[in-house]
Design a protein around this ligand. Structure first.
Ligand code: FAD
Ligand code: AMP
Length: 478
């Protein structure tokens, strides 16, 4: 007899573990299947995000930024530090400890909420059954009234750059370098390529980013992307746009990379090469031929707006389905699905998913970009406020960038908030809250903000939408 649950979740990343916890909170008998083993060969919950994604990358970004500041900008505060040095294995060790604590924390949350952990690889069969091949090879079948697939994603491999995790690495390998590569190549100027490139550039690597597209960060507001390209280039990232990788050759612990640019074939040699050309939904050996669950044209599991697949009672969430591959999108889908299974009518607002690139300055946005709104023919007013005019940013010696607020010209409703600058990730969340409640730029500008804060730039940008900013000249006066 197979064991039966109310809810079976495949995958314990931010989509799956959140769905499992929420389902258990709602009184459903819930189990979560996970196969990932950490560095110690033990089962590790938390998925890509906790093990090899969001958290470890931010740990290295924070360490490398502190090193950079100690070396380059403490002097401006009058602090002299001699012989600043980076112990790379210690930095990587700190990151590994954080990962370990967090993944253990999920195991604790499962216990506290009564979620059963099933170790192994899950495969969806017909009739809401799941076959689990345990880490020891034993096979067992489970069944459930509702199944949530949260199998996540894997880095995309490209034939010209086969990953060996030694010289040519993917994002996971790039979190494990034991020394700073002298010359580092990065294929792909997306979020992951820019973040990991920044880590190693701050520690002294000479970084070249090879990007096939002509446009830098096409999904980001154009004004922000333009500033980002300028700032990152000034920081030393050699960003080659319109450059398509064609071949690599590894020899004596170095890799020679061939790529085509407008002016012909180029070659460069690196000590390490990070391949960061995107991620693909993880569906390998996940769906039996008769499971009934279908894929869409991009290879993601097909789901509707409520994450229901083509099989009643089977749902899919997170990176394995359409939409941005972001941890917070996965988690919110997990909550929505668990609550809907429990009979609630929860909906998720797909229009307000913030996106962040954790470079310095950070780049963050929520809602629509200026170019999208113009393409849609929407009449808009735009307010921009530079951090150079913020007292708090000046005090922090962190004045690069600006806040940009876009509002509907007819209704004044805020349609997009885009920030490049200090704490952009935190600031843009204020925009998300405002937009969730349908705020106008005028409302936001009328709120009382503490002084001095970086947040005041949000107020000033909102005021600037209608020509009422106080601490800069307004393009139009009201
Ligand atoms: P995952 O986190 O990929 O989890 C899926 C889990 O399912 C895995 O643990 C996997 O082992 C397991 N699994 C798969 N198939 C099976 C099976 N058949 N049986 C059992 N278990 C299975 N996002 C952000 O929002 N912010 C960031 O700052 C950020 N930084 C990132 C940095 C890097 C370097 C990377 C690589 C990603 C980053 N992301 C970030 C993206 C984020 O990690 C993902 O969007 C998020 O983890 C997706 O969650 P998920 O639950 O859908 O899938
Ligand atoms: P993202 O999907 O945000 O992770 O970004 C991945 C980036 O890699 C995209 O901007 C792609 O254009 C880029 N890319 C994909 N294939 C290649 C290639 N062969 N050479 C250079 N860049 C590439």
């Amino acid at each position: 007899m197979s064991q039966k649950f109310d809810v079976l979740v495949i995958g314990a990343g931010p989509g799956g573990y959140v769905a499992a916890i929420r389902a258990a909170q709602l009184g459903l008998k819930t189990a979560c299947i996970e196969k990932y083993q950490g560095k110690d060969d033990k089962l590790a919950l938390g998925g890509t995000c906790l093990n090899v994604g969001c958290i470890p990358s931010k740990a290295l970004l924070d360490s490398s930024w502190k090193y950079h500041e100690a070396k380059e900008s403490f002097g401006q505060h009058g602090i002299s530090v001699k012989d600043v040095a980076m112990d790379v294995p210690a930095m990587i060790g700190r990151k590994t400890t954080i990962v370990k604590n967090l993944t253990a924390g999920i195991a604790g949350l499962f216990k506290a909420n009564g979620v059963t952990t099933i170790e192994g690889h899950g495969k969806l069969l017909a009739n809401k059954q799941v076959e689990v091949t345990g880490l020891d090879g034993t096979v067992q079948v489970y069944e459930a009234d509702s199944i949530i697939i949260a199998a996540g994603s894997q880095p995309i491999d490209i034939p010209p750059a086969p990953v060996d995790q030694e010289v040519i690495v993917d994002s996971t390998g790039a979190l494990e370098f034991q020394e700073v590569p002298k010359k580092l190549g990065v294929i792909g100027a997306g979020v992951i390529g820019l973040e990991l490139g920044s880590v190693w550039a701050r520690l002294g690597a000479e970084v070249t980013v090879i990007e096939a597209q002509e446009q830098f960060l096409p999904a980001v507001d154009e004004q922000v992307a333009k500033e980002a390209l300028k700032v990152l280039t000034k920081q030393g990232l050699n960003i080659r746009l319109g450059a398509r990788l064609t071949a690599t050759q590894v020899e004596k612990n170095q890799v020679t990379v061939s790529f085509t640019e407008a002016n012909g074939e180029q070659q460069m040699t690196f000590d390490k090469l990070i391949v960061a050309v995107g991620r693909r939904p993880e569906t390998s050996n996940l769906l039996a031929a008769d499971s009934g669950v279908t894929l869409d044209e991009r290879g993601s599991i097909y789901v509707d707006d409520q994450c229901a697949t083509s099989v009643p009672g089977v749902y899919a969430i997170g990176d394995v389905v359409r939409g941005p591959m972001l941890a917070h999108k996965a988690s919110e889908e997990g909550v929505m699905v668990a609550e809907r299974i429990a009979g609630q009518k929860t909906q998720m607002n797909y229009d307000l998913i913030p996106g962040v690139i954790y470079t310095h300055p950070e780049i963050a946005g929520v809602g629509k970009t200026e170019q999208t709104l113009k393409g849609e023919g929407v009449a808009i007013n735009v307010g921009v406020f530079p951090f150079a005019a913020s007292g708090r940013a000046m005090a922090a010696n962190d004045t690069t960038g600006f806040v940009k607020i876009i509002a509907d010209a007819q209704t004044d409703r805020v349609l997009g908030v885009h920030v490049i600058g200090p704490s952009a990730a935190e600031l843009v969340q204020q925009g998300a809250i405002a937009m969730e409640f349908g705020t106008s730029a005028e409302d936001l500008g009328m709120m009382v903000f503490s002084h001095p804060t970086l947040s005041e730039t949000m107020k000033e940008a909102a005021l600037a939408v209608n020509g009422k900013a106080i601490h800069i000249g307004n393009r139009k006066k009201r």
